[in-house]
Design a binder for this molecule. Sequence first.
Ligand code: AHR
Length: 345
Amino acid sequence: MRYDRSRLLFAVVFAMALLLEGCSSETTLQQPLPNKTVIEQAQQANDIYPPARPILMGFSQLGSESDWRRANTASIIDSAEEAGIELLFENAEQSQEKQVEALRSFIDKQVDVIALAPVVHSGWEVVLKEAKDAGIPVIISDRSVDVSDSSLFVTHIGSDFYEEGRKAGKYLLDKMSNEAGKVEIVELRGTEGSSPSIQRGQGFEDTLKDNERFHMLRSESANFTFEQGKETMRVFLREHGDDIRVLFSHNDDMALGAIEAIEEFGLKPGVDIFIISVDGTRKAFEKLAEGKINCVVECNPLLGPNIMQAVQELIAGRTLPKRIFPSESVFTQQTAEREVDQRKY
Ligand code: AHR
């Protein structure tokens, strides 16, 4: 009798939470998801949740190429510990093959849930189908996967990279509205085939394409790293020198490398060459405050709490929104000094 009543209460609580959330399949996590309370109520109401043992989660991280990635990894490890979730963590160091191997090892170990931060956009159908056939739900973290069957993952928690590219383009349009003549742009793209590189590039291009003054002089991948950003910027400067007016860098690490190359070349970053970057690391904020970067479009790496909450809800039987976005801003030199001490990464 007690069991039946508690099951009923459990169902009512979840139904109320779903109603509160409405029919949207997208969520922006500015505040904690409403259902933390749902889980607590469910815990009091029945003896199904929490499970008798800790939740076991396999996480395949794509690498450690940037400060953003290191902050993302720390956030996941710390939040798993806080949530009492047992974590099997594998770092693939930019290899899709290693990520596939990691996923297969998680399936063999019969983990409760898998989270994947995919290095590239395509090529995931087969292994995700293997996870689905084994009955293991998959959460996509940070970068997206290009699959025709969206039931291969339960939710994707991460930024809107296309929108980030658009924000960068809009900022440039606004800032250069009074500048006469052609505006020559160079672009440092991220890892080839990765969703942030594809989508940031596309968002930026789409925003500027109707304005003939803006011209993309060079665009190369520098793999999201400081060293390659510096080296590629050296090449751009050797070949185009003073013609370059704007640098759009797909992340802060590459922008910081490029700043060193620009100074070596004898130009002033932020003045002679206008710099827009993406991420929002503390180091980039310092350069923003010094006037060496003009604008930073934020990409939030602190996804750990959102992922752990999603995992707990999943295990408690709740349906998750298909897309969950962290909240993000755009920062300029005017806001940098005020914000720099608040940066957590
Ligand atoms: O996928 C997110 C991107 O990957 C970040 O912008 C970049 O810094 C990272 O390495």
